[in-house]
Design a protein around this ligand. Structure first.
Ligand code: MG
Length: 372
């Protein structure tokens, strides 16, 4: 079976109310979907995210001409080649080829990956806590209240974008709202040095419901992570921007983190993503996927988590949660799979067991402008 043609679907949505984290405000959301069709008429979808003009030119002028006529079964070689050109494009192609392979074999993605350990996977509500509103903390608390009412029992808020005093005031207000009944992760997006993290220590000790502190330091500071891990009362998490599975090895072998947070779109393909999860299991370190961009990518992260062995013998919570972006983002609806009581029921059926919403693709199609 050969690749016959590839369609591309660049999507763009300008946010009416920007939101953000320690890296700054987000003014828009984008997504880039591809549909690969074989000479036998089997279709597979893939997804990536980057600056749309770059992705579009790359697919049109280099990636698509290269892939046309290539055998589906050469998936690893094709993805490896594309990885040298654009790793996120490689991730999209790896998803599409995986779906084609499953459909042509009459299997689900989870069947191909050895079968599910569980029918449901927990998700946590992930916030971009900062806004341009005069009282950003009040807006954040209102948004948290809403998702708790919807049934989420784990959330993540941002720190590191304001002064430590202001961020701590926010976290204390969040804790007062949650009353210890909801688990809470903090994400600093690599904003701090060790002295700044230590300023959080007394607050972190007061509450038993902290899930983890994410990327307090630059990820290259492995020795400092090891030091922090020995001093802090909460687990440490990180690694969402790492592209190569091998680059997780120093973090794992030094035991610098309690959780790695690989992203199936940032590593070089869905197979490499699964290797990364296996690495973590072999080192006895947990893996909680980062999936901020992309409903299809998140679905693959959920499949991988469903097929991952438990990290311990400690019961129902022995599978780590997947990130669920709860900020305004119409691309969340591209796939009908949505959480209920903080969990996702893994879709059954051949391939991904779900369909991409073609009307949404049409409605949010990028107009080709350079949107800055
Ligand atoms: Mg993060």
């Amino acid at each position: 079976m050969l690749i016959h043609h590839i369609e591309t679907f660049p999507l763009f949505y300008r946010l009416p109310k920007p939101y953000g984290d320690a890296n700054g405000m987000k003014m828009y959301r984008t997504s880039y979907l591809i549909r690969i069709t074989t000479d036998a008429g089997v279709e597979g979808w893939g997804e990536c995210a980057d600056w749309l003009p770059t992705l579009h030119k790359g697919f049109r002028e280099r990636i698509i001409p290269y892939l046309i006529g290539k055998p589906i079964v050469d998936r690893s070689q094709l993805v490896l080649t594309l990885n040298k050109w654009h790793s996120r494009a490689a991730a999209a192609v790896s998803m599409a080829l995986t779906e084609i392979l499953t459909k042509s074999s009459g299997l689900s993605v989870c069947d191909l990956w050895g079968g599910k350990y569980r029918e449901k996977v927990p998700v946590y509500a992930s916030f971009q806590s900062y806004s341009e509103e005069p009282d950003w903390q009040k807006c954040s608390l209102g948004a948290i209240e809403k998702v708790v009412a919807e049934g989420f029992n784990k959330i993540k808020v941002k720190i590191g974008g304001k002064s430590i005093a202001e961020d701590q005031q926010h976290v204390l207000s969040v804790q007062a709202l949650l009353q210890g009944s909801i688990d809470l992760a903090l994400d600093a997006n690599q904003s701090y040095d060790i002295a700044a993290v230590i300023e959080w220590q007394s607050l972190l000790r007061k509450w038993p419901n902290f899930l983890w502190m994410e990327e307090p330091l630059q990820m290259k500071r492995i020795a400092e992570y090891v030091m922090l891990r020995n001093r802090l009362s909460v687990p440490l998490a990180g690694g969402e921007n790492i592209e190569m599975a091998a680059d997780f090895i120093p973090l794992l072998s030094e035991h610098a983190l309690d959780f790695i947070t690989p992203d199936p779109m940032h590593v070089t393909g869905i197979d490499v993503y699964r290797e990364t999860l296996r690495f973590a299991r072999n080192f006895g370190i947990r893996a909680t996927p980062h999936v901020y961009d992309g409903a299809l990518t998140r679905l693959y992260a959920l499949f991988a988590q469903a097929c991952l062995e438990p990290w311990s013998k400690m019961g129902a919570d022995s599978i780590e949660p997947v990130e669920w972006d709860v900020m305004e983002n119409p691309f969340t609806q591209l796939i009908s799979v949505q959480p209920s009581n903080g969990e996702i029921a893994i879709p059954r059926g051949i391939g991904t067991g779900t369909e991409i919403n073609l009307e949404l693709l049409e409605f949010y199609q990028w107009d080709g402008s350079s949107y800055v």
